[in-house]
Design a protein around this ligand. Structure first.
Ligand code: AGP
Length: 611
């Protein structure tokens, strides 16, 4: 997500901040900014676009000072423009804040602060933190550290905050809740950053803050406190990583890092979308219940992995809303003369928001008078301008070419959208929606649990890395997972792999099964479990080696599996969010066993902007 750098010391802060921000650039960002404290004033510069835009702006300004914060922004709330770029100031311009994460309850806090006379400049969730801290300082007359501590008991969601103030020009105040932030240990200066690469020029000794911790960093010193204000002493960690290893967070590849980020991504995509009364609120989807009530079909268009997310969502939408869903590859859609009108709701899915075919499909739908909602990971991307409504996935920038965390985020977002439609149209009982939300809230921990079987997945990948062909099969939502599992393997290992609806196998593809062909089978679906089991028997009888995904403790599956990946149980329509994870790991480890670089597969581009 966003990059944060903070510095306090004897030297000029600006070059340190810019260097640190450059070291965090690899994560992707859409705007950048710095704030410095000098002579009782906060001086600010921020610009949309590349760091060079900010550096250009800085040439016209004389910004200096020995206390400062810098930020590279990956937009979540508000377009990527100059005003929404961080840092954000309070009304009085006495304090500045940078933030990584999502403040879930920003709307309510903003309303209260506006009512109390605070004037907001940006559309960001972050700005509420600046005004909230200002209001606490005015009300309580406490220190900045104490005001930040009091503010974080009000803020909900995920955040790493760094705050500076003209009134305490020798310190950085830092707070962490879910989003990472790290103190750099130094005897001369005070340092903080969201990632280790920004700290490496100064130190290899770091203190990663834990959730609920607040720190006060001064030149050559730091103190850490818990939420109650009691001092704590988190351990100092010594890192040996070089710059490249630090960028990958110690993982060998970005793809692996991104797979392991998924618990947080799932959580971030849910954050802020269920209000305290249990209603689903999607900020940028604001059709009236009346308009949504008139929708008589839903059309989902997307390419590649996004299409597979759409495949899974068809099941959820139809089951929960009782509306028929058509699913189209965006590259086919506009050439087949589809039947669309103002009562057809079109969902365009594109992590990049720039895929040429998906954009053309969305534009076509608009010309036909259909309302369009885009599901994308990139704020300000083309699809957000073309669609009438947008649902952002909050996966953060994805560097590996093969989509992993953006796929999981799409699955989560599409489930939320399906539940939202069901809620607005009254097609699902509120108790059932609430039950599903409870299950969704358990997913981050369950994804974590699935990641813990990486050893088993790696062992299986070693055994099958030389295979020539793979078959993946599933039923229902498991079919979508099978398709995505096969695509991941093809993309990065260059092994021929096909995903099938398991019932279809005997209509042709079973002819491919011979001694030793690996077949990946999704046995996590409850409804068609016995049928899937029969399909596994069929391929085993013809010599297939079976790699089976089944629920923990499934002894029948164990008997039929050459390799067994055990998955925790969730609601059936949510199962792709868990089942996809071992298949991503499997593709990754197979590619590594074959000596390939998973981050940059041949012939592929991250965003396909041509037809
Ligand atoms: C995913 O691993 C692929 N690289 C590719 O299929 C991708 O999903 C497709 O190009 C669509 O991209 P989008 O989500 O940005 O539209």
């Amino acid at each position: 997500m966003c990059g944060i750098v903070g510095y306090v010391g004897g030297d000029d802060a600006l070059p340190v901040l810019l260097d640190g921000m450059r070291k965090l650039e690899y994560r992707g960002y859409d705007s950048a900014g710095v704030a410095l404290v000098k002579d009782g004033r906060v001086e600010l510069a921020k610009k949309a676009g590349h760091l060079s835009e900010l550096e250009g702006e800085l040439q016209h300004l004389t910004l200096d000072g020995s206390l400062g914060i810098g930020h590279t922004r990956w937009a979540t709330h508000g377009a990527p423009n100059d005003i929404n770029a961080h840092p954000h100031l309070d009304c009085g311009g006495r304090l500045a804040v940078v933030h990584n994460g999502i403040i879930e309850n920003h709307d309510g806090i903003r309303d209260e602060l506006v009512a109390a006379g605070h004037a907001f400049r940006s559309e960001t969730d972050t700005e509420v933190a600046a005004h909230l801290i200002e209001s606490i300082l005015e009300r309580d007359g406490c220190s900045l550290l104490e005001a930040v501590r009091r503010s974080i008991s009000v803020l909900q969601g995920a955040f790493a905050l760094v705050v500076i103030s003209v009134d305490e020009p020798d310190r950085l105040i830092v707070a962490r809740q879910e989003s990472p932030v790290i103190i750099g240990v130094s005897e001369e200066v005070g340092l903080v950053a969201s990632g280790i690469p920004a700290l490496l020029p100064f130190t290899r000794d770091i203190v990663p803050l834990e959730n609920g911790q607040i720190a006060q960093i001064t030149p050559g010193g730091y103190e850490v406190f818990d939420l109650k204000g009691a001092a704590v002493e988190p351990p100092v960690v010594h890192v040996e990583w070089d710059m490249e290893a630090a960028e990958k967070g110690g993982y060998e590849d970005f793809m692996l890092k991104e797979i392991f980020e998924q618990p947080e991504v799932v959580q971030n995509t849910i954050l802020g979308r269920v209000d305290p009364s249990g209603r689903i609120v999607l900020d940028d989807v604001h059709w009236s219940a009346d308009t949504l009530g008139k929708i008589n079909k839903i059309v989902v268009v997307a390419c590649g992995t996004s299409y597979h997310a759409g495949m899974a969502s068809k099941h959820a939408i139809e089951h929960w809303t009782r509306l028929p869903v058509e699913l189209d590859l965006a590259s086919e859609f506009r050439y087949r003369d589809p039947v669309l009108d103002e009562h057809s709701l079109v969902i365009g899915i594109a992590q990049s928001g720039e895929t040429a075919d998906t954009l053309a499909a969305v534009r076509f739908a608009k010309e036909m008078g259909s309302p369009v909602v885009a599901v994308t990971n990139v704020v300000g991307s083309s699809i957000t301008r073309d669609a009438d409504a947008v649902l952002f996935t909050h996966a953060g920038p994805e560097i590996g070419v093969a989509a992993t965390k953006t796929f999981l985020a799409q699955l989560v977002a599409l489930n939320l959208l399906s539940l939202y439609l069901a809620q607005e149209r009254g097609s699902m009982e509120p108790e059932k929606i609430a039950e599903t939300i409870v299950a969704m809230n358990r997913l981050p921990d369950q994804v974590e649990e699935v990641l813990s079987i990486q050893g088993e997945v790696h062992r299986a990948a070693k055994r099958y890395a030389d295979a020539k062909d793979f078959i993946f099969m599933g039923r229902g939502v498991g079919y979508a997972v099978a398709m995505e599992g096969a695509l991941k393997l093809k993309e990065i290992s260059y092994i021929h792999a096909e995903g099938y609806a398991a019932g279809e196998l005997k209509h042709g593809a079973i002819a491919l099964i011979e001694e030793g062909v690996p077949v990946v089978a999704l046995l996590t679906g409850r409804a068609l479990y016995d049928k899937m089991l029969a399909n596994v028997e069929e391929v085993r009888a013809r010599g297939a080696q079976t790699i089976v995904l089944a629920h923990q403790g499934d002894e029948r599956a164990r008997l039929l599996a050459n390799e067994l990946f055990e998955i925790p149980e969730t609601k059936p329509l949510l199962s792709p969010i868990l089942d996809s994870v071992p298949l991503q790991l499997f593709a990754y480890f197979v590619a590594k066993e074959r000596g390939l670089s998973p981050d940059k597969p041949r012939n592929l581009a991250k965003s396909v902007t041509v037809e």
